[in-house]
Design a protein around this ligand. Structure first.
Ligand SMILES: C[S@@+](CC[C@H](N)C(=O)[O-])C[C@H]1O[C@@H](n2cnc3c(N)ncnc32)[C@H](O)[C@@H]1O
Length: 237
């Protein structure tokens, strides 16, 4: 696995990565607001001890650390992020686990490397084109077969109209306060993005309180049937 050379990033991507590098130092202060949704994602993902996990946009590794603390964690887990500053704060991981500096849209891993992919608190920061790229990459990274799964977490507010308006206003304020890293921040239900990327949705957990209002969705790659070979389907003698 060859890690990303940050100087090879396009200017806009480099600016986002640099912005996360700067925010990394204070990121831990808000992790408590993410914890409930991350734990729900881990419950839904139900990662077995013999499985391999790739956590896209792992940041400071909150999901990895909470997974490591659970009974029977998986043998191998890889946290991918484009910010070296965020990865530097992941801390010690179990043997066989590691992090990789890479873009979640183009991860230097073989097709089908992971049994489970997770992606928390990233998609709602991106526009539709980038979301499609991340989800296509998640799909490529998942092993073929019916047990492969992706679990995503986004900030989302479905509450009563007044509550949802308030949440939208707060997200707008936050987006304007850190345009490079949070510029795209909005409440997002990524169901349509997932379907468009070839996933079938299997679980949906809404967490309106006790942390960021969040949505956890589990999805499986849809099975694409092999195309019948061209030509006549039967031969007459
Ligand atoms: C809000 S943080 C979420 C971190 C972590 N998943 C969590 O739940 O705490 C967003 C993270 O996405 C990373 N990121 C943004 N765009 C990325 C990309 N294209 N590829 C990989 N990481 C990216 C940032 O560097 C940052 O660490």
């Amino acid at each position: 696995m060859r890690p990303l050379d940050p100087s090879s990033l396009p200017a806009d991507a480099a600016a986002v990565a640099a912005s996360w590098d700067r925010h990394a130092i204070g990121y831990g202060a808000q992790e408590a607001l993410e914890a409930r949704a991350i734990d729900a994602a881990l419950r839904v993902a139900a990662i077995g001890p013999d499985e391999r996990l790739v956590d896209l946009a792992t940041g400071t590794g909150l999901l990895l650390r909470r997974l490591a603390a659970r009974a029977a964690p998986p043998r191998e887990a890889l946290g991918v992020d484009r910010s070296a500053g965020m990865l530097a704060r992941v801390g010690e991981l179990p043997p066989g686990w590691s992090t990789l500096l890479a873009d979640a849209r183009s991860v230097p891993l073989a097709d089908g490397w992971a049994d489970v992919a997770t992606c928390s608190f990233l998609l709602h920061l991106m526009g539709p084109g980038q979301r499609a790229e991340v989800l296509a990459e998640a799909r490529r990274l998942l092993a073929p077969g019916p047990s492969a799964r992706l679990v995503v977490v986004t900030v989302w507010s479905a509450g009563r109209p007044a509550g949802a308006r308030l949440a939208r206003a707060a997200l707008g304020l936050a987006a304007r306060s850190r345009p490079a890293s949070w510029g795209g921040l909005r409440a997002l239900d990524p169901s349509e993005d997932l379907r468009a990327a070839g996933f079938v949705l299997s679980r949906r957990v809404v967490l309106p309180r006790h942390g960021y209002p969040s949505l956890v969705i589990a999805a499986r790659p849809s099975i694409t049937l092999a195309r019948a070979p061209a030509g006549p389907s039967f031969r007459s003698s």
